[in-house]
Design a protein around this ligand. Sequence first.
Ligand SMILES: [Zn+2]
Ligand SMILES: [Zn+2]
Length: 259
Amino acid sequence: MFKGLMSGDDMLSLWIVLFVATGILSGIVTGYFRTRKIQPKGFKWKIFRNEIFFATITMTIVGTVMGRLSGWLNAHGWITFNHAPAAWWQVGLEYALYFFLFDTYFYWFHRWMHVEPIYSWVHKLHHKSTSPNVLTTLSVNPLESVINGGFISIFLTIFTIHDATAALIFPTNIIMGLYVHSGYEFMPRWWNKSWATKWFITATFHDQHHRFFTGNFGGYTTIWDRICGTMRPKFETDYEKNFSRRSLPAQASAAEEAA
Ligand SMILES: [Zn+2]
Ligand SMILES: [Zn+2]
């Protein structure tokens, strides 16, 4: 069969099929992402270059500090896990405890980091990115990264959770960070309208925090922002714009973006 494929005619048809398939696939993927971009003209090479630089420095410093800290806490018995099999509701309760405590911790530390001089000293670096992309997640002052990442160590020191919950918590922390900085809105239109889901933040929610520097401080939920009145008043109409733009031709959507 391989020999047959290598013969001229078969090779040619194979390449044509692959060429067409790649074209269609990349068209679908590019179109999928392009229509979901929150700030279609937001990308700037200079900022992206700085993000690579600071992400590398922060990852090196924070990886070393957090690795040593959690290693020490583990070795001295401060962090232990419950290795017994867990019921689904136990995992659910432990996960919810982490989720809402982290959200509270993040919100209040985040608001504190917006007060001078802490803002200029610590948080301003992360706000150099006015149109986030996944690298923005890591482009933070090492101190800020230790403060945010340190929550998991504090949580695990106070609470002994099951292995299964731990296996959910770590990916949640990473995926949420990447998603809210992705620069793309993957959530559906009804997300902010449904009573069940509007409490959970979206990429647009945090994207607006980067674009306008203030409001929308929450990390996982919109709850604290709603309670404290710090949610951007135009957030919900701007969330809607993501979807009206998808149905507009490119020129009209660019005009709307500029407005
Ligand atoms: Zn901020
Ligand atoms: Zn951010």
